[in-house]
Design a binder for this molecule. Structure first.
Ligand SMILES: *Cc1c(COP(=O)(O)O)cnc(C)c1O
Length: 399
């Protein structure tokens, strides 16, 4: 997909606009699955991007789906994932939501002792489950997205192993899988290997185990100096570790991963229009027709997104501060070098597939953007742009 084609999409569907290149998702999936042994499984973390067409496409590639709410489970089933290929990994939900997932027949991952006990008392071993362990590995990345540290709400501390065992033995729980997810944007593959070794040690405590789910954390490059997780090297190291473990213990575990960003980030391009160029005493602002209501990552996580002016790619380079039109500080990028921006130019944010549209809102009573797929050289509208009526759709005018 070329920038020229992106400009055509902006002209056809207007801006702001999310465009997803499905071919890119396929490339990423092939790269990842090709790096690991055939008995490794990949469960796409739906929360990164749940457009139903994207889910259907990822299903067609052969992946499973990791869901964090019962509605993501329902979307996954609707998209065609069989129940065996869905893992439900909620946190801080009540037993009712877990029971809904049981009703749908998907794999269930429990992340606290309280629910583990309630579940065990009611169902004993009649429905197999996963247990989410917090290994307390500090995985790096932004503190807000790190989940394995001691202050994290996620998972059951590895130091509570005895407690998990007691619940399992006294209620007869059937624990078929262990899960850990230490965070996002893990720079060092050693974090995964360290986690895997901890999982292997846990195996002797859980006689029914079949699956070890290593979560995600695959890093994708957002800026030129960023590195990408070296999945080939990780894949071969994991294979060596798994073979050594199975030789030593006589047990065969299937390894699962849950890539979100890694599969969809790069596929996404977010197109906006430069509304105004505003020169102040301190800087030159480009004010665009969007804001953190459409792409919150820069304001929420201090994330970097490459921005390019595709309307004027060979213009002279100048320094800009790119801001949105929300009534709040709403900065996409400070002191960014862009080719000269004129009012009306189309700017593109790269790597906008993951946690872009998905975290959008109607703040400031702005409408959410349209979503377009690019597949086999053609664009397809996959979600229409919201209209004014959408703002009122669920409101009840009682006055
Ligand atoms: C968010 C999440 C993922 C995906 O993380 P990425 O950084 O997008 O790859 C995987 N597993 C669980 C349990 C998650 O919460």
């Amino acid at each position: 997909m070329t920038d020229q084609e992106l400009l055509q999409a902006a002209a056809t569907y207007q801006t702001p606009l999310y465009v997803y290149n499905l071919d890119q998702i396929a490339l990423r999936y092939k790269k990842l699955s090709g790096a690991f042994s055939a008995d490794t499984r990949f469960f796409y973390a739906a929360k990164a991007l749940t457009n139903i067409n994207v889910l259907k496409y990822i299903e067609s590639l052969g992946a499973g789906l990791d869901c964090v709410s019962i509605y993501e489970v329902q979307l996954g089933l609707r998209a065609g994932f069989s129940k065996e290929r869905i893992l439900f990994t909620p946190n801080c939900v009540d037993l009712l939501e877990i029971e809904e997932a049981m009703g749908l027949g998907v794999h269930i991952n429990i992340d606290n002792i309280s629910i583990l006990e309630q579940f065990g008392n009611k169902y004993a071993g009649s429905y197999p489950i996963f247990v989410r362990i917090n290994p307390h590995i500090y995985a790096g990345g932004n503190h807000k997205i790190s989940t394995g540290h001691i202050d994290s709400k996620f998972g059951i501390s590895i130091h509570q192993l005895r407690h998990i065992e007691r619940v399992m033995q006294s209620t007869g729980l059937n624990i078929e899988g262990l899960h850990m997810h230490t965070g996002s944007e893990i720079k060092d593959a050693e974090v995964f290997l360290q986690g895997l070794e901890m999982m292997f040690e846990l195996c002797s405590h859980f006689p029914n185990l079949k699956y070890l789910d290593m979560g995600s954390g695959f890093k994708v490059p957002y800026q030129p100096s960023d590195m990408e997780s070296d999945v080939e090297s990780l894949g071969s190291k994991v294979q060596v570790a798994v073979e050594a473990f199975s030789k030593e213990s006589g047990k065969k575990m299937q390894i699962w991963f849950e890539p979100g960003k890694y599969l969809v980030s790069e596929s996404g391009h977010f197109l906006v229009k430069a509304n105004v160029i505003k020169q102040t005493t301190a800087t030159v602002f480009v004010g665009v027709n969007s804001g953190f209501n459409h792409l919150i990552r820069p304001m929420f996580y201090d994330s970097y997104h490459t921005i390019e002016n595709i309307s004027n790619p060979s213009g002279p380079e100048r320094i800009y501060t790119v801001v949105g039109h929300i009534c709040e500080t709403d900065t996409f990028a400070w002191d960014r070098k862009l080719t000269e921006v004129r009012e009306g130019d189309i700017l593109v944010f790269r790597n906008a597939g993951a946690y872009g549209f998905e975290m959008s809102s109607n703040f400031n009573s702005r409408l959410r953007p349209a979503e377009v797929l690019y597949h086999d050289g053609e664009f397809h509208l996959a979600r229409r742009r919201e209209t004014f009526e959408d703002l009122l759709r669920n409101q009840i005018e009682v006055l």
